[in-house]
Design a protein around this ligand. Sequence first.
Ligand SMILES: NC(=O)c1ccc[n+]([C@@H]2O[C@H](COP(=O)([O-])OP(=O)(O)OC[C@H]3O[C@@H](n4cnc5c(N)ncnc54)[C@H](OP(=O)(O)O)[C@@H]3O)[C@@H](O)[C@H]2O)c1
Length: 330
Amino acid sequence: MTYYANKDRYRDMKYNRVGNSGLLLPAISLGLWHNFGGVDPYENGRAMLRKAFDLGITHFDLANNYGPPPGSAEEMFGKIMKTDFAPYRDEMVISTKAGYHMWDGPYGEWGSKKYLIASLDQSLKRMGLDYVDVFYSHRPDPNTPLEETMGALDQIVRQGKALYVGISSYDAVQTAEAVKILNNLGTPLLIHQPSYSMFNRWIEDGLQDVLSENGVGSIAFCPLEQGLLTNKYISGIPSDSRAAKANTYLDKDRVTDQVLNRVSLLNELAVERGQNLAQMALAWVLREGRVTSALIGASKVSQIEENVAALNNLEFTAEELARIEEILKK
Ligand SMILES: NC(=O)c1ccc[n+]([C@@H]2O[C@H](COP(=O)([O-])OP(=O)(O)OC[C@H]3O[C@@H](n4cnc5c(N)ncnc54)[C@H](OP(=O)(O)O)[C@@H]3O)[C@@H](O)[C@H]2O)c1
């Protein structure tokens, strides 16, 4: 069935400026790491992408290796671009990355210029795009000079294959160095993509300062801690959840009594705020405006609807924030 985007799609979404750049990103972005691969039901992925765009989510985050099998999430997205999203390309910010293992041999992972340039060419073909909006170095490479990796990002922008560049999972020191190199090359670092949630706060220890001092934006991945920071595990592990599935990065051993105790207490507070836990977890990541966008995943259309509704209450009182700190210590 032909897709016509919802006419009201820009009414309720909030758009935040990415650092000192001219680009705005939606406060909630959608990632295609899980549930959009060749092994997943195509129509469910398609319905989630349509719903996201209808709700004002203009940013879709991919990587060369998303699937499974690797590459298939980009292929799936390329198909939707053709059938549904083609008229809306200029209303979208599409990102992809390279850094993790993608193909065999010495040129299929990490941070060499050889790998990054070839990988982006492959990604563009899979997605049927002329360019991506943001291209990321997916992880720091201890064995490649940072100048080479950043030089590859700069070259990609000069070739017109990406408009902006980002880095993911670089620590504060590596990020400060990357900023310097990219500034010298004339291609400023747009954005950093770190993991960040109530259960994972490493970026508060230096990285956030480097980003704000240098006018670099941030997009927080796994803001729901892959589903742990929702109410879904409170009464057991549902059979269709990520923790129940094989070959995911959410081991069911992480669903411990201690985690569930914290989750139950956080959920009580969320309900007092008129939210559910997923919504409060997203509002918390976005608090104080230090994070540009919360990068969610989803397995169902209803989760996207629920998560976007987090924007109805992004404010926290000092007392609520203090209560969260107390709960997180338990
Ligand atoms: N740069 C990197 O190295 C890196 C690494 C990881 C991820 N990422 C990016 O970040 C994106 C998000 O990662 P993520 O999927 O782990 O994020 P997440 O938002 O923390 O977790 C998403 C999962 O939580 C569950 N969920 C979502 N909304 C829910 C709700 N309202 N109620 C109950 N459960 C809900 C779903 O799992 P169920 O299947 O259990 O329903 C969903 O798949 C990825 O797609 C990718 O783009 C980047």
